[in-house]
Write a new protein. Sequence first.
Length: 385
Amino acid sequence: MKLARRIESLPPYLFAEIEKKISAKKAAGVDVISLGIGDPVEPTPANIIECLKREAADPANHRYPSFAGMPAFRQAISAWYEKRFGLSFDAAKEVLPLIGSKEGIAHIQVALVDPGDVVLVPDPGYPVYKAGALLAGGTPYFMPLLPENNYVPKLSDIPSDVARAAKLMFLNYPNNPTSAVVAEGFFEEVVAFAKEYDIVVAHDFPYSEIVFEGYEAPSFLATPGARDVGVEFHSLSKTYNMTGWRIGWVLGNHEVIEALGRVKTNIDSGIFNAIQKAGIEALTGPQDVIADMCAIYKRRRDLVVSTLRDIGIDIQAPKATIYVWAKVPEGHTSESFVTLVLEKAGVVVPPGSAYGPSGEGYIRISLTTKDDLLAEALERIQQAL
Ligand SMILES: Cc1ncc(COP(=O)(O)O)c(C=O)c1O
């Protein structure tokens, strides 16, 4: 059998590989605790589940959904943005529901990237930015996120021939995996850069609501000029504990939204209407889950940070996200530390290097494990060291 050339350049998905490792360890009788994937263990709020039950029983929802998404869901998204960020969007032209933001992040590249085009990708970064570029035949170019630059890319380091060849830039603040928040003035710099080189900016914003101690995460689209060059991806996954429901959206520049919509109408047939109605319930119903989850994540964050400090790792408590990004102890690489922790403690943590070369020397700890298991995993790590 001859596979397509594009598959050869495509690495296996990080968490699919980690899932295999966990299964192998479990089969060997090891009681594995995973601090790997960012997948909330707490349930979806009851009002959202009740809404799905009701709507799933209605035969009107059993037929193909509209390609463009239900108008009422688009309007709920637009109203939510207005309420959250004071930004208004035309629900018919500037908002597009997605089957989880992951698919949109991959498919936007089919809409914008031709073979040979460059896609500017944060390093370390969510792996789908690079994978989507490769699938579209594009060339990913890594923009290092370094602590000395507050984890934002140094745009002046991007060679001008690379910038000229670039069609698309991905950004993501609050950031996965580094948990960094955006530095002041950076989005303004990005808009100027994108206009100079005619680059579309895709800001990935799934952690906007998971913030601590009063921090407020800004929308990229609030930056003057951003709507001329950009779109913002959002997701119900982390905000409402809905990772399994597969629902998100992209909004912003009409031309980009229209192009992505054209790709999607040819590939998928939208989101089950009952799930879109549950999405409306999520966005318009009680919002207590957000503060509750932030309190849970903050408690877990504090436990992780204090344990790491006890181990001798110098670390700042992150202001946002469900992750802690930490340096590995002296003398270790990402891979050697992750292997030690798996073999000696039965704990799975992803190596920072899996998110890009600049992630070498780090690990990412997810805060989506129950408190008691997280505490046990940290204790086991401490003992293993
Ligand atoms: C930065 C980032 N973008 C996008 C996603 C995908 O989210 P969704 O569940 O909406 O596909 C994730 C999921 O972990 C993420 O961390």
